[in-house]
Design a protein around this ligand. Structure first.
Ligand SMILES: Cc1cc2nc3c(=O)[nH]c(=O)nc-3n(C[C@H](O)[C@H](O)[C@H](O)COP(=O)(O)OP(=O)(O)OC[C@H]3O[C@@H](n4cnc5c(N)ncnc54)[C@H](O)[C@@H]3O)c2cc1C
Ligand code: FES
Length: 279
């Protein structure tokens, strides 16, 4: 069992949990993820590390409540436990020797962008971060980003309720036009990563995206997470989750993500019904 030692609500639908997991905390690196099960027989879901302490033996992850399992997770508190946590999984994000970097985090993707930006700063890169959200209430980790030694933090919201009223691609394009960036990383909804990659392609700026295909085992055994990159089949869990954004088949990824939509909606509705019965 993995005891929950930290719980915080970051916005209406975004939550952070921390669990005691010394063996995982000792090895975690930016861009890697874990697979968890809340209880025996439950669904396994992948979530990226948002923070960890090898010294104190804890790991943290940030998640958006989107369906049954994340709904259930959002009800857990300090003192509860998770049945399984497996990790660190995936290849760590490449952060060494990248010069002037821009890291784009959209929505809950900011949770993954934060440790990546921190690791790039630690590795000596000059880092600009663009964080985008639909509105001010959905912005997360602003204080944490401000505490990093960034070149600049640019905030955008779709409705202008915080920062610039723009999509993340607008400041990204300006940085590329100003030739102020050698390397881009985009993390967030697939559609956002697709348009970030399209923006940087024009300027020949190498761009990495962190993909989030459906995963089942997270260890390269089941093939559920396969995606096409540069015409080749890759497994998101062991070959990624980071890939060259200019080579990813985003349409295929979006189609594969929708495969279980009906079942997911049913499972969440069933869970919500049971929750309200027990209130
Ligand atoms: C490598 C990786 C890292 C991720 N990191 C984060 C993170 O840090 N924070 C965060 O909020 N989300 C993250 N996700 C997405 C997260 O795993 C899904 O939101 C979660 O599994 C949804 O489960 P659910 O039962 O609540 O919702 P469901 O109703 O089951 O699904 C809602 C949507 O989530 C996606 N999803 C569902 N099951 C899975 C699965 N087994 N694997 C991957 N995606 C799934 C699908 O797009 C689906 O349409 C990550 C996904 C991957 C692959
Ligand atoms: S999740 Fe099974 S192979 Fe990647």
């Amino acid at each position: 069992m993995f005891p929950i030692v930290h719980a915080r609500q970051l916005s209406d639908s975004v939550f952070e949990l921390g669990v005691q997991a010394p063996a995982i905390a000792a090895k975690a690196k930016a861009g890697q993820f874990l697979m968890l099960r809340i209880a025996e027989g439950g669904e396994r879901i992948p979530l990226t590390f948002s923070d960890w302490s090898a010294k104190e033996g804890w790991i943290r992850f940030i998640f958006m409540r989107v369906g049954k399992t994340t709904h259930h997770l959002s009800h857990l508190c300090v003192g509860d436990s998770l049945a399984d946590v497996v990790g660190p999984l995936g290849v760590p994000t490449h952060v060494e020797g990248i010069g002037r970097a821009v890291v784009v985090g959209g929505g809950v993707g900011a949770a993954v962008a934060y440790p990546v930006a921190r690791a790039m700063c630690d590795a000596g890169a000059e880092v600009t971060v663009i964080v985008g959200a639909r509105n001010a209430d959905l912005l997360i980790l602003e204080d944490e980003f401000r505490a990093l030694p960034l070149k600049e933090l640019i905030i955008t919201t779709d409705d202008g309720s915080a920062g610039r009223k723009d999509l993340v691609t607008a400041p990204l394009k300006e940085l590329c036009e100003a030739r102020a960036v050698d390397h881009a990383m985009a993390i967030g909804p697939v559609i956002m990563m697709k348009f970030c990659a399209a923006t940087t392609r024009e300027f020949g700026v190498p761009t990495v995206v962190s993909l989030n295909p459906i995963m089942v085992d997270g260890t390269g055994m089941c093939g559920a997470c396969r995606c096409t990159v540069g015409g080749e089949t890759k497994f998101g869990c062991v070959d990624g989750p980071d890939f060259d954004g200019h080579q990813v088949d985003f349409e295929e990824l979006m189609n594969r993500q929708r495969v279980y939509n009906d079942l997911e909606r049913e499972a969440d509705a069933d869970y919500s019904r049971k929750c309200s019965c027990h209130q």
